[in-house]
Ligand binder design. Structure first.
Ligand code: HEM
Length: 141
């Protein structure tokens, strides 16, 4: 990701953060469960408002790490390890990314454009790529 893309992700996250978490969560989880129903049981331990707050904190986590992703490889590996315990498999990262992009597009309205899409795509694929790699290393270890 270049600096412009990092700035775009931070700026648009700031806009999404002004929308009530529950609204963003509704968009995201409805879309995710529609495209990948098998993922639903993984999230059934918590209520929707609680999950929605987690979604925003997941985004905040991503955005907060953007400036220096390479320095947090250990942290990402631990996050990936916890995800394996939640039942997450590598193939689940693609639909989650798709639902995330779709949610951002709906939430940002007029602020959504090709540059913003490209920036968020890079952001998610960088982080999910690192998580998938880390859990593949765990499973062969
Ligand atoms: C770049 C990708 C992702 C990031 C940065 C991310 C980040 C997080 C964070 C920070 C948490 C809070 C708990 C913790 O720190 O362990 C969490 C929880 C969770 N994530 Fe992710 N996540 C990602 C992708 C995914 C994917 C692909 C799935 C697949 C369905 C998933 C499913 C879950 C579940 C089930 C929980 C626990 C919810 C609960 O508390 O019941 N995540 N995620």
């Amino acid at each position: 990701m270049n600096n412009h893309q990092i700035a775009l992700v931070k700026e648009t996250f700031g806009l999404v953060a002004t929308i009530p978490a529950e609204t963003v969560g509704d968009l995201f989880y409805n879309r995710l469960f529609e495209i990948t129903p098998e993922i639903r049981p993984m999230f059934e331990r918590t209520s929707l408002p609680e999950q929605s707050r987690k979604l925003i904190s997941m985004l905040a986590y991503v955005v907060g790490k953007l400036d220096n992703l390479s320095s947090i490889i250990d942290e990402v590996a631990k996050l990936a390890q916890r995800h394996v315990k939640y039942g997450v498999e590598p193939r689940h990262y693609q639909p989650v990314g798709e639902a995330l992009l779709w949610t951002l597009e709906k939430g940002l309205g007029d602020h959504w454009n090709e540059d913003v899409k490209e920036a968020w795509t890079r952001c998610y694929s960088t982080l999910s790529g690192a998580m998938i790699q880390a859990c593949e290393e765990i499973s062969v270890a």
